[in-house]
Design a protein around this ligand. Sequence first.
Ligand code: GLU
Length: 493
Amino acid sequence: MSNDSNKKIVTRFAPSPTGFVHVGGIRTALFAYLWARKHNGTFILRIEDTDKEREVEGSIEHIIESLKWLGLDWDEGPDIGGIHAPYIQSQRLDSYKKYAEILIDKNLAYADPYTEKEIEEFRAQADLEKRPFLYREHRPDNPPKWDKTMPLRLKIQEVKTSEWEDLVRGKLTAGPEALDDFILIKSDGYPTYNFAHIIDDLEMGVTHIMRADEFISSTPKFLALYEALGVDRPEMATLPPIMAPGGKKKLGKRDGAKDVLDYRNEGILPEAMINFLALLGWNPGDDREVMTINEILESFDVKKIQHSGAQFNEEKLAWINGEYIKKMSYEEQEAYLLKFIPNDIKSLPHFTNDMLHRITPIIIERISTGLDIEMMAVNGDLDYYFKFPKLSLDVLKKEEKENITTEENIKKVIESLSQINEGDWIRNTIKDALWEYATSVGRGSVLWPMRYALSGCMKSPDPFILAELFGKEGTLTRLNLALETLSHINNNV
Ligand code: GLU
């Protein structure tokens, strides 16, 4: 481990191109990014594609798009190059061979002469004897010369208890059974993750590794390799696992660990996503929850990352997103709405820019994500702004009292509202014009049919807001349509 505290901080995000990046992966990227940026260091993007069987086409582009969406820009990487290029492991095979030769020369690596069948037999024997299978117990006395078709293994020099310091978890230890002669280079010529990442981190000058807890069990092997190479190791920070809602198991694809770009499609804003991810396992030490990246950067400290699992909670993400939407400018809010209002609503008769402009603050007040807007549309909570509602007689009369009919009340509302000047048509004046009467006969029996006549919905903003929004003419037209509904039915009785 390096003692040079003045050394430039270098961190990296090193995803494998095995499909989309989910929140866990991006949280790792974010923490590595934050640590580098906080110290004016370097943040590297490296693609770890040595497991060719698990590779999924298009993943690299997808990873890059995800990081770019979130504004996690890197200083060196496969698309922009850099002084340590290339940044894709499959293009770095010569480096791994070079270090493999160094280890062979030091007599610290050897060719594995066994066939798969022979290894299976060793394993079966160990199972039979109820003890762990350890390759090092079968280490050949005179290994053949490595011809690059056999796996190359590290010769563990000293089988001992491993002890190391993790920046997040403090002192960690593992017994000697964690150490075995592991494969450095596979028979297909590709290095293992265990080998490749160490060489790359070394060559790229990485000072801090942030990664998931699943790598703790392999750390004794990494330490043995650093020792064999005779190099300082980077600092390691193990990030807390992200737990599925409910808290008992790790977040997996089945529990909602979805493609981070899906959130973009749902209207999650990049700054909200960053804010949410930063709080997954870290907090600023006070009760702030809505923080810009600069505020996060100011308070961020690897040493303040928590050990225990971080609870994944999409509702919190939506809440944070809602807070960011409320901070947008009016124009941005309108554009945001427009993006999520479905086309069938956009083609309604009264869909105008003016109406969109007027309803923007009302809708923004009620939503946290684009999904909420889509849901409002599905539930019929949007279209009444852009067309006259279809009314159900029963619903219209739902609050009718015995002493006065709904029809009489609506007539009274029309009469009072007709006297308001266009210029005074705002919610308070509208309310003042009706309040006394409504209170005298029972508010529900007046305000319910009024609100329902305006929206045609069981739930909507209050009738004064709606009336202001539709303007005098639009309001009176809707109220008259309700009257027509009532009289039409009455005439038919
Ligand atoms: N390629 C590894 C993965 O995607 C990265 C592990 C590391 O950061 O060292 O899981």
